[in-house]
Design a protein around this ligand. Sequence first.
Ligand SMILES: [Mn+2]
Length: 238
Amino acid sequence: MKKIGIAGNHAIHPNPKFGSNYVNYIQKNYTAAMTEAGALVMILPISSPDLAADYIASVDALVLAGGQDVTPDYYGEEPTPAIGEIDRSRDAFEFALLAEAIRAGKPVLGICRGAQVINVGLGGTLYQDLATQYGQLAVKHDQYPTKWSTPTHRLVWQRDSWLTPVVPAEAWVNSFHHQAVKELAPSLTLDATSSDGVVEAFSDEARRIYAVQWHPEMLRMTDDAVQAVFDAFVAKIE
Ligand SMILES: [Mn+2]
């Protein structure tokens, strides 16, 4: 079976539900989507970056999931007042995993924060907060409290890409982000934006690096056709 490592998140406050222990976790939607696509899923717990090479050697592909804001000093900025939670240990581990996956020539899929990690890891920058930094903002990109599986904004396709066969041209997507790509890294190509120009998908087909700003793993809870995104990624794995 094709083995996918998904980088996990962690609870940084003790939680009485777990006997007040700290907890490694990943949302089940991601693992369910990849399992349904036929992959063997392994959750990679936030660890020392020194272990990234061994973790990547044990899998055939890497998935970077949603979560905290990327620490802005990775792209040369200090935090603006509107930035959300950052987690340096997660950043350091995921940037190391990304570098090792690329070095090893293994496919990478980034979703939401994962897309932002890919862009910053390859030399791009982010808007730390769209509402205070993106002048053309005309779409609600953080749809909370609308439920996760509800599509709320449309896409504007920029070219044919790996998504063309699996996401209908007229499809709408969900949106749970207040950060977004500002300058796309030089090696990446834009696949789709929102109608107000926010980067929603990009890729590097030659290196099999794929990224979406929306959450297909949540959309597929109510739209079976969205599973095709994960099927297409798994099909890219050797
Ligand atoms: Mn959006």
